[in-house]
Ligand binder design. Structure first.
Ligand code: TMP
Length: 262
């Protein structure tokens, strides 16, 4: 029997490059994430690095169209169903991402599975906690670095507040922010009052928690960046962290094979 050829055949990476790095930018609405993704991609390209930018959700696919209908309140869906569609929208791109990285291309993602698990868990649906939310992401290409552009509610409001999509509400954004902080420290606890999952640590003071769970890969990969300074200052900080990581990946310090979420 012949072996099927991969859907995205990857050319060998250029000499001296082991593989490309998967870099993810995450952030609350108004944190300047999309601007920073674009500045970062331009900077990488200007240094003659093969670079590809991807955006999640990718609203251009049929699954992305369903997600768009949900986000713009044209369709309602259960929390679990929309969660799995967001995940499927990443799985649609998984082979392409793997192939790009293997060919030595740096892939920059505007959101990825971190948004996937955090936004769904922030809904406080008792049947959809972070662990449940993370399960369908297992096996996706694991990012080499995830930057969370952090901005508090007041600063977001000063920048014009949020838009009209379903998650762009104060309470939701506050919880999303807490969960990102928790993941950056690898620690998520359950609230004493039983209200669901909370970050153990900043931005709110440590609270008494019940069960504490650790998220080791996320703790390793996620880095918080203060998004309150000027666009240029944030871009410099993003570049400082990304440059070091991209170079380490290219030198082979993070392994020759694309890592998987496990
Ligand atoms: P956007 O504003 O960056 O296009 O993202 C759309 C919204 O979708 C945003 O509120 C975050 C949310 N989201 C999820 O809930 N799950 C996901 O997996 C992704 C990628 C985004």
């Amino acid at each position: 029997m012949s072996t099927p050829s991969p859907p995205f055949p990857s050319p060998a990476p250029p000499p001296g490059i082991t593989r490309g790095a998967l870099i993810v930018l995450e952030g609350l609405d108004r944190a300047g994430k999309t601007t920073q993704v674009s500045l970062l991609s331009s900077r990488l390209t200007s240094l003659s690095r093969a670079t590809k930018t991807l955006t999640f959700p990718d609203r251009t696919t049929p699954i992305g169209g369903l997600i768009n209908s949900y986000l713009t309140s044209q369709t309602t869906m259960s929390d679990h169903a929309i969660h799995l569609l967001f995940s499927a929208n990443r799985w649609e791109a998984a082979a392409k991402i793997t192939s790009l990285l293997a060919a030595g291309t740096t892939v920059v993602c505007d959101r990825y599975y971190y948004s996937g698990i955090v936004y769904s868990a922030a809904k406080r649906n008792p049947g959809l906690d972070l662990a449940w939310a993370r399960a369908p992401e297992v096996g996706l290409p694991r990012p080499d670095l995830v930057l969370f552009l952090d901005l508090d509610e007041e600063q977001a409001k000063q920048r014009g507040g949020w838009g009209v999509e379903v998650y762009e509400r104060g309470e939701m954004q506050k919880r999303v922010r807490e969960l990102f902080w928790g993941l950056s420290m690898g620690k998520i606890g359950t609230e004493a009052g039983g209200e669901g999952e909370v970050a153990v640590g900043p931005p709110t003071p440590e609270r008494v928690t019940g069960l504490e769970r650790r998220f080791r890969e996320e703790e390793e990969d996620l880095h918080v960046i203060d998004a309150s300074p000027s666009v240029e200052e944030v871009a410099e900080e993003v570049w400082r962290v990304v440059k070091a990581r991209v170079e380490a990946v290219e030198r082979g310090e993070v392994g020759a094979v694309v890592r998987r979420v496990s």
